[in-house]
Design a protein around this ligand. Structure first.
Ligand code: PPE
Length: 307
């Protein structure tokens, strides 16, 4: 992990404040109980300046996550969109990762978060390939976790709540401690769900599949983007559950996510995946790069320019 490089501004509770002033009290409610919802959005360098990828879809998911948790945000989607654009302009980076965050603030402790004030922030920083440049290029080694993914009877996985990421962190740490790059979590039914911060796809005999939303996953926006690409490329696609051993016998397996982009998985639990060539994954990576950089005709609507 690379240390965060400070930038000029962070948007906090309605205004752009200096980076060092975006601070909270240690008795901030969310620090104690994980009561926060967040988003991860990327802004990419294009020939027309920085462009934020699928901003409205991310902000819709953000507002839905807040709704699940009865969190009343004092800002509309339009205001949050403007906050993101203003922030990118203020910090002057050509490409960055944006992190909208809504959390129960300072003022009241105890397990009813509705009594604490809601605070909203959007921060950004420079974030390279989540699973490393080498991982993006040559694939990562994944370990199926002994931890089960949270399901909607415990913590709704479709709401991007900070608390879900304690489960992710257990899986991630287990994988790293065992010498792997990343984890794969199974759901309570024992089927493949997702990575700690990524969705997962498999390719077998030219059929591409990913677990359905009902398998207990975050409905990823990169996942949705890839599903659209599969239709564009006339590839056969199915939303279906698969088992751990079906991963072992796949031709290709890859992660998708805003932070991770499209990252090939070259090994699962010590079993090499396929032949080591990832033709479909590579095609999707190229298309994703074109879409995010404003070079894919017909997909310009996915970009919000912050120029
Ligand atoms: N599943 C989970 C659990 C998840 O956290 C993410 C995003 C995804 C799937 C993919 O969703 P999308 O980004 O919409 O395609 N994880 C974010 C947080 C990563 C982090 O470590 O922080 C991200 O990629 O921004």
């Amino acid at each position: 992990m690379v240390a965060i490089q400070p930038l000029a501004k962070i948007w906090l509770d309605g205004q752009l404040v200096d980076w060092d002033r975006a601070q909270v009290h240690v008795l901030t409610h969310a620090l104690h109980y994980g009561y926060a919802v967040f988003e991860g959005i990327r802004c990419h360098a294009t020939s027309r300046g920085p462009a934020i990828f699928r901003l409205d879809e991310h902000l819709e998911r953000f507002l839905n996550s807040a709704k699940v948790y009865r969190m009343k945000l004092p800002y509309s989607l339009e205001q949050l969109r403007q906050a993101c654009v203003d922030l990118v302009r203020a910090n002057g980076l050509p490409a960055a990762y944006l992190r909208p965050l809504a959390f129960s603030g300072y003022g009241e402790m105890g397990l009813d978060p509705t009594k604490a004030p809601v605070q909203v922030a959007v921060a950004m920083w420079s974030w390279g390939a989540y699973l490393g440049e080498a991982g993006q290029e040559h694939g990562v080694r994944a370990l199926v976790s002994s931890w089960t993914r949270v399901d909607s009877r415990m913590l709704p996985p479709q709401a991007k709540c900070a608390a879900n990421y304690a489960n992710s962190a257990l899986a991630k740490m287990e994988a790293v401690a065992a010498g792997y790059d990343e984890a794969i979590l199974l759901n309570s039914a024992g089927m493949v769900a997702e990575g700690p911060g990524e969705n997962i796809f498999r390719v077998k005999k030219d059929v591409v599949s990913t677990p359905p939303a009902s398998s207990g996953i975050l409905r990823g926006i990169t996942r949705d983007t890839v599903i659209e690409f599969l239709a564009d490329e006339h590839l056969v696609f199915r939303r279906n559950d698969f088992t751990r051993e079906e991963l072992f016998t796949s031709d290709e397996v890859f992660y998708t996510g805003t932070a991770a982009g499209i990252t090939p998985i070259r090994e699962v639990d010590g079993r090499p995946i396929g032949t080591g060539d990832y033709p479909i994954t590579r095609r999707l990576q190229r298309r994703y790069a074109a879409a995010t950089e404003g070079r894919l005709p017909g997909r310009e609507g996915w970009l919000t320019y912050a120029t």
